[in-house]
Design a protein around this ligand. Structure first.
Ligand SMILES: *Cc1c(COP(=O)(O)O)cnc(C)c1O
Length: 360
C-alpha cells in the first residue's frame, strides 16, 4: 500500500547513529540531542533550560526570531536586555562587547546566525569570542545557516547550537537538534526552573537517554522524520558539506547580482558580507505591493512576500535546499524581470556571479 507504513521499528542504535551524524555536521564533540519536533522545540527548550529566574540575558535581535527569544527569556523570569539592530544589517562583535561591558551580570546570550526571514547573517565567530571572554553561555539559532554556512560549533565556542533539517539541509521539518556543551549542562543542572518531565526538558533526555548510554529510547521516535533526517545527512555527505555550502553561496551571489540588474527592485540587505546564503530579501519597486505581486507568480517558484510588517514592500527568494540551484535562481529572476521595463542582462549577471562564486 505505502512505503510510509508498516516499517520495522527505528531502534536506539539507528537513532544514536543519526545523532552522531548531526554532531559531525556541527563539528562538535558535545552531546547532541535530536529533538522530536520542529526547531522551535529545541530553541524554546534551550532557553527555558538555561535561563535562570532572576538572571540577566543579552538577547540579540536581528530579525523576528530574536523577538520570540526575548519573550521566552522574560517568561522564564530572566531580565532580558535586547540589542536590536536594523534587520537589513548584521550585529557587530563591537556592539555586543559594548553591552556586555556595561552589564557584567549577563550570563546568557541568544543569537541567530542566518535569518531566512530578513536575509541577513551575523558574524558568529567574532561575537562568540566576545561572549566567551565575558563568561556567558552562547545559544545560537543555526536553523537557517546549517549546511549553508560553516558552523564549527566547538571551535567557535557555541554552547547551545540549534539546527533544523528543513532549510539548507533539504530535509524534514519535523525533527531538529541541539548540541549542549559541558558548560551548558552545568548551568542547566543548577537551574531549579529547568523543565523536567516535560516535552521541553533537555534534562530528561540527558538522564534517560544520553547518560544512560543511548540504549533505550525514552519515547517512540518520530520514525519517518528520523529516516528522512538520516537520508538528508547521507546526501550532504555524498555532496560534501563544502559542496553544499558552496552551492548556497553561489545561489545567493547569483540572486543578488540578478537583482542589482533588475530596474526598480533593490536588495533589502545592501552589504554582501551581511547577506544570508539561504534567502535573498528584495525591496519591491515603490508602490508595488509584495503580497499582490507574489500572488501573480507561478506558485512553484520559491518566492514569498515578507512576513508581518515586511509583507507590503519585501519579497524573499528562498534559495535553500534543492532550490539552491542555478536554474531555480534564474527562473525566479526571470519571473521578476517580466514585471519591470528595465531588466537587461539579468540572467547574464546571475550566471556570471554563480560561476565566479563556485570558482572562488
Ligand atoms: C526557519 C527558521 C526557524 C524555524 O522556524 P519556522 O518558522 O518553523 O520555519 C528558526 N530560526 C530561524 C532563524 C529560521 O530561519
Amino acid at each position: 500500500m505505502s512505503t510510509f507504513l508498516d516499517l520495522p521499528p527505528l531502534g536506539a542504535a539507528r537513532f544514536a547513529a543519526i545523532e552522531d551524524q548531526v554532531a559531525e555536521l556541527l563539528q562538535t564533540r558535545a552531546d547532541v540531542i535530536v529533538t522530536q519536533g520542529e526547531a522551535l522545540l529545541p530553541l524554546e527548550a534551550a532557553i527555558r533550560s538555561a535561563a535562570h529566574p532572576g538572571s540577566t540575558a543579552l538577547n540579540i535581535v536581528t530579525g523576528p526570531y530574536g523577538q520570540t527569544f526575548g519573550n521566552w527569556l522574560r517568561d522564564c523570569g530572566s531580565k532580558a536586555v535586547d540589542l536590536t539592530v536594523p534587520f537589513s544589517t548584521a550585529v557587530t562583535a563591537g556592539q555586543v562587547a559594548e553591552v556586555l561591558a556595561g552589564r557584567p551580570e549577563i550570563d546568557f546570550v541568544s543569537l541567530v546566525h542566518a535569518e531566512a526571514a530578513t536575509g541577513n547573517t551575523n558574524p558568529v565567530a567574532e561575537i562568540a569570542d566576545v561572549v566567551r571572554e565575558h563568561g556567558a553561555l552562547l545559544m545560537l539559532d543555526a536553523v537557517a545557516s546549517v549546511a549553508a554556512e560553516p558552523l564549527p560549533t566547538d571551535a567557535w565556542g557555541v554552547d547551545l547550537c540549534v539546527v533544523g533539517g528543513q532549510k539548507a539541509m533539504a530535509g524534514p521539518a519535523g525533527v531538529s537538534a541541539v548540541s549542549v556543551s559541558d558548560r551548558a549542562w552545568e548551568r542547566i543542572l543548577a537551574n531549579p526552573a529547568a523543565p523536567r518531565r516535560s516535552y521541553l526538558s533537555l534534562l530528561d533526555w540527558k538522564e534517560r537517554w544520553t547518560d544512560a548510554g543511548r540504549t533505550v529510547l525514552p519515547h517512540a521516535p518520530a520514525q519517518l522524520e528520523m529516516l528522512a533526517l538520516g537520508a538528508c545527512l547521507d546526501r550532504i555527505e555524498a555532496e560534501t558539506l563544502a559542496g553544499t555550502i558552496a552551492r548556497h553561496r553561489a545561489a545567493a551571489a547569483a540572486t543578488r547580482a540578478g537583482v542589482r540588474a533588475l530596474g526598480g527592485f533593490s536588495l533589502f540587505v545592501p552589504a554582501d558580507r551581511d547577506a544570508a546564503p539561504v534567502a535573498t530579501t528584495i525591496r519591491t519597486p515603490p508602490g508595488v505591493d509584495a503580497t499582490a505581486l507574489v500572488a501573480g507568480l507561478d506558485r512553484a517558484l520559491p518566492i514569498q512576500a515578507g512576513g508581518g510588517a515586511l509583507a507590503g514592500g519585501m519579497l524573499r527568494v528562498n534559495h535553500y535546499g534543492r532550490a539552491a540551484a542555478l536554474d531555480t535562481v534564474l527562473a525566479c529572476l526571470t519571473a521578476l524581470a517580466g514585471l519591470v521595463p528595465d531588466a537587461d542582462g539579468v540572467a547574464e549577471a546571475a550566471e556570471a556571479a554563480w560561476t565566479a562564486a563556485l570558482a572562488g
